[in-house]
Design a protein around this ligand. Structure first.
Ligand code: B1M
Length: 212
């Protein structure tokens, strides 16, 4: 079995210690960090998602897989990000209200920081007003929202409305993403950018900050 498959299987089985051994092994074998993330860790997480959906896996097992994902990405972090010394600008980032999923949000943070963007990480279950208040207080040019649940997505629209109500809509770019989010949804709520993955989000955010 290839090391990438071993990583995927170890994550599916919730074996964090093994993931911590296999990720450095894959790096030593010369496998690209991005491939380890996408074809090892995320591939395993997709299987977990399918099994969770069909009832073949339950919350405690999914939490173990999430722990493996975090352990793996922590090791990959220095290899995925190229530290820029000059900060490009500041963004506040969070998972929207009612939503506790944070793995994708943490990846976005990692990629933003790698592009030299300072991140104010608001965590999970973040109210629309908190995004906006933080953007004002910390002088953030970008509000970045992640959502994994179809039921929490509407909160992204509330962020756009809260920014308008606070009079800062023309001063911030609002970026949205997460598995159920689409370009169309982004346009419907009047956000500025939808991106399908964390790396693309960081590139787009850097573009916004360079242009401002
Ligand atoms: Co949850 N869960 N979960 N869960 N969970 C999903 C999302 C689900 C699709 C599973 C399923 O049924 N197949 C489903 C949602 C269904 C729906 O709404 N349509 C679901 C459900 C139903 C639930 C609960 C309601 C289950 C329950 O309790 N009955 C519950 C909700 C809790 C809550 O939030 N209020 C719940 C709980 C949990 C756990 C706590 C057990 C755990 C989360 C642990 C954690 O995050 N610390 C969990 C997990 C792990 C998942 C799955 C299996 C994996 C999610 C994940 O981390 N993927 C997930 C199934 C799946 O997605 N296949 C599922 C890896 C991560 C890197 O991907 O976050 O999509 P993702 O990020 C991607 C892109 O989307 C993008 O970048 C990343 C790639 O580079 N991206 C952005 C993300 N944010 C971005 C922002 C951007 C740009 C790109 O710009 C700002």
């Amino acid at each position: 079995m290839s090391t990438l498959n071993e990583i995927s299987e170890a994550l599916q089985k919730g074996r964090a210690k093994l993931v911590k051994e296999l990720v450095p092994k894959a790096l030593e074998e010369g496998i690209a960090p991005r491939a380890i993330l996408e074809d090892g860790l995320l591939a395993g997480m997709n299987v977990v998602g399918e099994k969770f959906k069909s009832g073949a896996m339950f919350v405690p097992q999914v939490l173990m897989a999430a722990k493996c994902m975090n352990a793996g990405t922590e090791i990959l972090k220095p290899h995925l990000t190229s530290e820029n010394s000059e900060p490009l600008g500041r963004a506040c980032l969070g998972t929207v209200k009612g939503d506790l999923h944070d793995i994708g949000k943490n990846l976005v943070r990692m990629m933003f920081e790698g592009q030299g963007i300072e991140v104010v990480d608001l965590g999970v279950d973040v109210a629309p007003e908190t995004f906006v208040q933080t953007a004002i207080e910390k002088d953030c040019s970008i509000i970045a929202c992640s959502a994994l649940l179809t039921t929490s997505m509407p909160s992204m629209g509330a962020v756009v409305e809260a920014a308008k109500a606070a009079g800062i809509r023309d001063k911030v770019k609002i970026m949205v993403g997460g598995a159920p989010v689409t370009e169309r949804f982004c346009n419907d709520i009047g956000a500025d950018a939808y991106t399908p993955d964390a790396a693309t989000a960081a590139t787009v955010a850097a573009g916004f900050l360079s242009a401002s």
